[in-house]
Design a protein around this ligand. Structure first.
Ligand SMILES: Nc1nc2c(ncn2[C@@H]2O[C@H](COP(=O)(O)OP(=O)(O)OP(=O)(O)O)[C@@H](O)[C@H]2O)c(=O)[nH]1
Length: 410
């Protein structure tokens, strides 16, 4: 069976050091990561699967490594757990990507640079997203402490504590580090292990894979390029899959007839499963998987299946081309200067909303809006359980801004 894996989201303002930290935590950029890059998986959401190991003999503080032998004493190291870092882009226009990643996170590391006032716009917005999506296992990293004197680090720590007051991160530990200079990374790993546990595997439930990427096989260097079929990449929210399993993908394929459009599920077979850079005989929840399928690569190329859900036939959630949402809206638009706050007014009939459900992004036109409930007609259907959380954004000025969440009603 493949190793249990925990998905940890890296969130925070642009340039605060998320990518550098993933690199530091991974010890070195492992082959796995370069393999991901070769396969093109890290372009939307960057994934880096790393197995943390510890040396059984080196004295405290704990000697962590990703290597199979301890660099200090040469002793064989013990596997601790595999962590999949989901490195979301900090840039404001990529907020939707961050939210689609949030749906699969078991916890998050909020990276805040100590050399800038806290909070910066995306720090605020990302924390708000974690708050309303309900991710509770959070570690705050105060990065770049090498750039500021100790007194400033303490002052900045108080800014952080003030900023997270009343949010889901109120009691999150704050770990001062330098990702670039490798300072305190071992302490961070300890705290991370404590605060973000590996989730209990839900293997007895039907396997549902949220598709984050899909591509054809013609990527040079890919470990799966020998498979004669299209490839889908994503993460299992529950259950397990095996080579040879039948697969249904929903909503599937858009079929246009003379005066109507409808979507038909796609059926195929799993040829091969890759977890990280390894070929495996079983796919389980957590971490990024790539499934080689019997699909024609023209169906999977260029992320054409991103946002869809795959699983055993007849086990998938329903496909919705409209749904009713129970709303929980924020009071103010986040990520905008505090000097000119924008109140979030009621949702109105006919307004377009950007909706993120799992890894899917769609636009819903509001067909009816009442207090705390909105009905929407979707431009592109989504496959999702009733009760799923939907992140809602509204067009404000030139971009989509997060305004709240909704829950799909029966
Ligand atoms: N001095 C110092 N520089 C750092 C540290 N961590 C990151 N940097 C630098 O800060 C810059 C931004 O780092 P990234 O890791 O790319 O930041 P990011 O948050 O991933 O940025 P986006 O993905 O664009 O949101 C780079 O030039 C890093 O070398 C640190 O601890 N100390």
């Amino acid at each position: 069976m493949s190793q249990p894996c925990v998905n940890i989201g890296m969130v925070g303002h642009v340039d605060h050091g998320k990518t550098t930290l993933v690199s530091a935590l991974s010890g070195v950029w492992t082959d796995t990561h370069s393999e991901e890059l070769k396969r093109g998986i890290s372009i939307r959401l960057g994934y880096a699967d790393t197995t943390f190991r510890k040396c059984p003999t080196c004295p405290e503080p704990q000697c962590y490594t990703v290597a199979k032998k301890c660099e200090h004493c040469g002793e064989k190291t013990e596997d601790m757990r595999t962590v999949s870092f989901v490195d979301s882009p900090g840039h404001e226009t990529l907020m939707a990507t961050m939210l689609s990643g949030a749906a699969i996170m078991d916890g998050a590391i909020l990276v805040i640079a100590a050399n800038e006032e806290c909070p910066q716009p995306q720090t605020k917005e990302h924390l708000m997203a974690l708050n309303i999506i309900g991710i509770e296992n959070i570690v705050i990293v105060q990065n770049k402490v090498d750039l500021v004197p100790k007194e400033k680090v303490i002052e900045h720590y108080h800014q952080i504590k003030e900023f997270v007051k009343g949010t889901v991160a109120e009691n999150a530990p704050v770990v001062p580090i330098s990702a670039q200079q490798n300072i305190n990374i071992d302490v961070l790993i300890d705290v991370m292990n404590e605060v973000i546990p590996t989730p209990v595997q839900k293997l007895d439930k039907p396997a549902h894979m949220l598709i984050a990427r899909s591509f054809d096989i013609n990527k040079p260097g890919s470990s799966i390029d020998k498979i004669a079929g299209g490839v889908i990449g994503g993460t299992l929210t529950a259950g397990s899959l095996h080579p040879g399993d039948e697969l249904e993908i929903r909503p599937g394929r858009k079929v246009e007839s003379e005066n109507a459009i409808h979507w038909e599920p796609i059926f195929t077979t799993i040829n091969m499963i890759a977890a990280g850079s390894d070929k495996v005989e079983e796919a389980t929840p957590g971490g990024l998987l790539a499934l080689g399928t019997g699909l024609d690569p023209s169906i999977t190329k260029s992320d054409s299946l991103t946002g869809q859900v795959a699983g055993l036939p007849d086990t998938l959630p329903p496909t919705h081309d409209s749904f009713t949402l129970d709303l929980k809206l924020l009071e103010r638009v986040v990520g905008i200067s505090d000097d000119e706050p924008i109140e979030i007014g009621k949702i109105k009939t006919s307004e377009p909303l950007m909706l993120n459900v799992g890894t899917a992004t769609t636009v819903g036109i509001v067909t009816s809006a009442r207090e705390n409930v909105a009905e929407t007609k979707l431009k592109r259907p989504v496959c999702a359980e009733v009760g799923s959380m939907v992140a809602i954004s509204r067009r404000v000025g030139s971009r989509w801004r997060l305004i709240g969440v909704g829950v799909i009603k029966a």
